[in-house]
Design a protein around this ligand. Structure first.
Ligand SMILES: *[C@@H]1O[C@H](CO)[C@@H](O)[C@H](O)[C@H]1NC(C)=O
Ligand SMILES: *[C@@H]1O[C@H](CO)[C@@H](O)[C@H](O)[C@H]1NC(C)=O
Length: 388
């Protein structure tokens, strides 16, 4: 029976929800063309190229000073500007990237959200959770006692995505259409980081050091919005037999602020590619193409495209594109625009190849447990998710 007290409590709950919902939708509008933004001035390709050869030292990279590099969204829209609400029907007519940017605007000056996201078939509370993952899973909580740490099951992920992307139905359609758990798990990491930010890490990956220590303290936290690591830097003539890219960035651990343009781009890319394949009846359970479709090869390409995108970087003084050569053999963190790239030791310690340091190296931050280290990237990527 609905007593007066119950009615009161219910009313209060509805009001609270209304306010939460209302205020979370009052962020400043961020629909705009990236081209409208001032070009970054000081971070030129020349600086990056010149300092690339100096990365052997432990000194912070020279181009850490990128104060004039501006992420879209951080300058033109004053934080206090009242929101011009765009009607949903109007918004839905805009290109996918613009819709995503409106939903999840990027602010390089914001703090890194204190979230750790993981996804697996079971939560650690379940008896079915594999004992082999327990230590790795616990390491994230131990290293980040003040963070919110969530292991999202497939079932919960489905609801979470429906909640986060309700207003961008193409994304949901693509997510639900992906025919393999590994594809969904790949897509999930980009989607959750785009919407919420924080750290994503695979379930078989352990934290060796707190994320607070990943980037040298003298790099101001409001000058970067993404931290990535290197999976492979195979300095051998037959590298192409083993890896799909000469430098491959890993996507088993990523730290990002919500709305980062790289995440927006990869979400748009996978969404469009999935829906295209779906409409052509080409969405198959083909494991071989995962690396290029949602995995580290695509991730690597999207990151490089961003580094060479004139919307974000001043190309006028550039002496050529940012390529793998800027990252090969790195031994300390390197900042390109608002992305910090960590050396191979940081996210791939102890692999005994490609000059990666051991697990106890001061630069070793997370430990990814692949079975066997010198397997083709495709095979390894599959092993990653299905090991155990
Ligand atoms: C996704 O990105 C890849 C790599 O840059 C590119 O080859 C492909 O055409 C893109 N697909 C879509 C649908 O944008
Ligand atoms: C640089 O990259 C852009 C975009 O990826 C490409 O169109 C262009 O041809 C590249 N330029 C050089 C000199 O390689």
């Amino acid at each position: 029976m609905l007593t007066f007290r119950r009615a009161l409590v219910l009313a209060a709950a509805i009001l609270t929800l209304f306010f939460i919902f209302h205020s979370s939708h009052r962020d400043p509008p961020r629909i705009h063309n990236a081209k409208d933004h001032p070009k970054p001035a000081s971070l030129t390709k020349t600086t990056q190229k010149e300092s690339a050869s100096k990365q052997e030292t432990t000194e912070p990279p020279k181009h850490n000073d990128v104060t004039s590099w501006k992420a879209p969204g951080s300058t033109q829209v004053p934080a206090q500007k009242p929101k011009t609400q765009i009607p949903l029907a109007e918004l839905r007519k805009r290109p996918l990237r613009a819709q995503l940017e409106y939903q999840y605007p990027y602010d390089v000056e914001a703090k890194f959200p204190a979230y750790i996201w993981q996804t697996w078939k079971y939560t650690p509370a379940s008896g079915d959770f594999e004992p082999m993952f327990r230590e790795a899973e616990a390491s994230w909580t131990i290293m980040h006692p003040t963070f919110v740490h969530e292991v999202i099951t497939d079932k919960v992920a489905k609801h979470l995505m429906r909640h986060l992307y309700a207003s961008v139905p193409e994304v949901l359609e693509a997510y639900e259409a992906l025919p393999l758990p590994i594809l969904k798990a790949d897509f999930f990491r980009y989607l959750i980081l785009l919407a919420r930010g924080g750290i994503y890490s695979d379930i078989d990956t352990a934290a060796l050091k707190s994320a607070i220590e990943w980037v040298p303290g003298d790099v101001p936290r409001n000058t970067f919005g993404m931290v990535i690591g290197i999976e492979a830097d195979p300095d051998r003539p037959d590298w192409a037999d083993w890896y799909s890219r000469r430098i491959q960035f890993c996507q088993w651990t990523i730290q990002a602020k919500p709305g980062h343009p790289v995440l927006r781009e990869i979400v748009a890319n996978i969404t469009m590619e999935t829906l295209k394949r779906k409409s052509e009846g080409r969405l198959t359970k083909d494991y071989k193409s995962i690396v290029e479709f949602t995995g580290p090869a695509l991730w690597t390409d999207i990151v490089f495209n961003f580094f060479n995108d004139p919307d974000y970087f001043d190309m006028s003084t550039s002496k050529g594109n940012i390529t793998w050569e800027h990252f090969t053999g790195m031994t300390s963190a390197k900042k390109v625009g608002d992305v910090v790239v960590l050396p191979i030791t940081s996210f791939s310690p102890g692999i005994r190849t490609m000059n990666a340091g051991e697990d106890d190296d001061p630069m070793a931050f997370v430990k990814h447990n692949f079975e066997g280290t010198w397997k083709p990237a495709e095979e390894r990527h599959i092993g990653e998710i299905f090991s155990g």
